[in-house]
Design a protein around this ligand. Structure first.
Ligand SMILES: Cc1ncc(COP(=O)(O)O)c(C=O)c1O
Length: 502
């Protein structure tokens, strides 16, 4: 299990009271309070290492007796969800027994996994039109064959196309602000290599994209998670974390966040950008799934976050989700001075992205409209099929239907996500467990389900996951907060929740 850095993170009594919501649903009260706090820790909303408010302050904020809070803290200490040294404030922890530590990057399936239905990866097959684009690209290739073929910055025609796309979205960009890479992930790894040193802190949304987490860990930098709730970004927590832990870099996904699918609204972008500028924090904004707006038209999308804070924001993008991962083309967009610094770091890893891939990417961007329309229509049907299958086979699972992106972030009562991934494998499904998307064993009650397979496969996959879940949930007849899950709650949990724009 990886260890998140123990930054001086704290939650005030008022913030905690807000997170606790209506916690007084069972008796005795101290147990109800302890159970609710335990859920917040396991869900990552109170990340490990968070300093808890004093018993007195929390009792005041909750309008309950101090005895209740003292007993709840004692119960949490006993079950190792809180640790405290004499005289020091209590901090949250996740006991090893609460999770099977299955973390790390999401990798392509191994040979032994090839027979499984793969819903671990959120990736699509190549769209129709791919072969035509490759054919057109190979027509342009001869013009490059007389040179050495290394384009450290990228083929000029592609840099221009990518720059123009940003300008059209309200972020004026010149080609020298673009660096073409082998994908968004490579662009992120190069950015880390350039700006982040071992031991530095990197702020991430929690949950976040597992492979970005892995890239940060490999620096090795310290991960500073900021909880992302169902309602979206918690600005007070984000701003407090920027102030308290002074991260070297923040990694953010405002456009159909992976895995939650959340879309950050314009006002929130302005506020986030202002906080980054105030604290002079460099940010990487990952726009890999930007084009996959299923219920938001491209011209109704919020302005790029970088348009609000141009100086310290690096944007990474990709053709992997819009077109095909097999193309291996992404990019970095940043102020020209920062691009030059990243370029120097690149020389140690590779000397440029495949020319044929870049030319193909350029062809695809030019003919994007019909290709993307087909892709979005297929994704809408697949999303509907996944939602329907979940309602049929796993009616207790809760999820919000996102406005775009590639997956549903599902929540369930039993903290068994890592074990579920193992049992799902036995049922023939490759699944990425919730803890991959967080630090220190958080998200054991969550799983990401992409809707990237054909509809019939998605239904089969959910049916099999439901079988695996039934085997595990039988050991948890009660909801994880200690209460039995009542029938009326089941229907409330599985209702179609309003999509969020935050
Ligand atoms: C948010 C996010 N960033 C980056 C990537 C990787 O993109 P690329 O294939 O361009 O490296 C993915 C792929 O799933 C992703 O979801």
């Amino acid at each position: 299990m990886t260890v998140a850095c123990m930054v001086d993170r704290s939650t005030t009594a008022g913030q905690l009271a807000g997170l606790l919501g209506t916690w007084r649903q069972s008796r005795p009260s101290y147990r109800a309070l302890a159970d609710r706090i335990r859920v917040l820790i396991l869900d990552g909303r109170l990340p490990p290492g968070t300093r808890m408010p004093s018993e007195r302050d929390l009792a005041l904020a909750l309008e309950t007796s101090r005895t209740t809070v003292t007993a709840a803290y004692a119960a949490l200490r006993e079950s190792r969800f809180l640790s405290s040294r004499r005289g020091a404030p209590s901090r949250t922890t996740v006991p090893p027994s609460a999770c099977v530590p299955v973390t790390g990057a999401i990798t392509p399936p191994s040979e032994e996994e090839r027979h499984l239905l793969d819903i671990a990866a959120a990736a699509l097959t190549a769209p129709p039109g791919m072969a035509d684009a490759v054919a057109a690209a190979s027509q342009s290739l001869p013009a490059y064959l007389g040179g050495h073929g290394y384009t450290a910055r990228g083929v000029p025609a592609l840099c221009e196309l990518v720059a123009r796309r940003y300008s059209e979205r309200g972020l004026p960009t010149s080609p020298d602000q673009i660096l073409i890479t082998g994908g968004a992930l490579q662009a992120f790894a190069l950015t880390l290599r350039t700006f982040v040193s071992p031991g530095d802190r990197v702020l991430v949304e929690h949950p976040t994209y597992p492979n970005a987490l892995e890239a940060i860990r490999q620096v090795p930098a310290r991960v500073v998670p900021v909880p992302l709730g169902r309602d979206g970004w918690d600005h007070a927590m984000f701003e407090a974390t920027l102030r308290q832990s002074a991260p070297r870099l923040a990694y953010l996904m405002p456009d159909f966040h992976n895995p939650t699918g959340l879309l950050m609204g314009d006002a929130a972008r302005e506020r986030v950008a202002a906080a980054l500028a105030r604290t002079r924090t460099l940010a990487v904004v990952d726009e890999t799934v930007l084009d996959l707006g299923l219920d938001v038209a491209a011209d109704a999308m919020p302005r790029p976050l970088a348009a609000y804070a141009q100086r310290g924001v690096l944007v990474i993008g990709s053709t992997s989700k819009t077109f095909w991962g097999g193309l291996g083309v992404g990019w970095l967009r940043a102020p020209a001075s920062l691009v030059s610094r990243v370029l120097s770091a690149r020389a140690a890893t590779d000397l440029g992205t495949s020319i044929l891939s870049q030319l193909t990417a350029a062809e695809l961007l030019v003919r994007q409209e019909p290709i993307l329309a087909g892709r979005l229509s297929a994704l809408r049907s697949q999303r509907a099929a996944l939602v329907a299958a979940l309602r049929t086979y796993l009616p207790d699972w809760r999820f919000d239907v996102p406005l775009g992106g590639l997956s549903l972030w599902c929540e369930f009562a039993a903290p068994v996500s890592s074990a579920l991934a193992v049992l799902a494998g036995q049922e023939g499904v490759r699944l990425a467990s919730g803890p991959k998307f967080g630090t220190d064993g958080a998200f054991e009650r969550f799983v990401r389900l992409p809707y990237t397979l054909p509809e019939a496969d998605l239904t089969t996959a959910v049916e099999r996951v439901a079988k695996a879940y039934a085997r595990l949930a039988a050991d948890y007849p009660r909801g994880h907060d200690g209460r039995p899950v009542r029938a009326d709650e089941r229907s409330r949990h599985s209702r179609d929740l309003t999509p969020l724009v935050t």
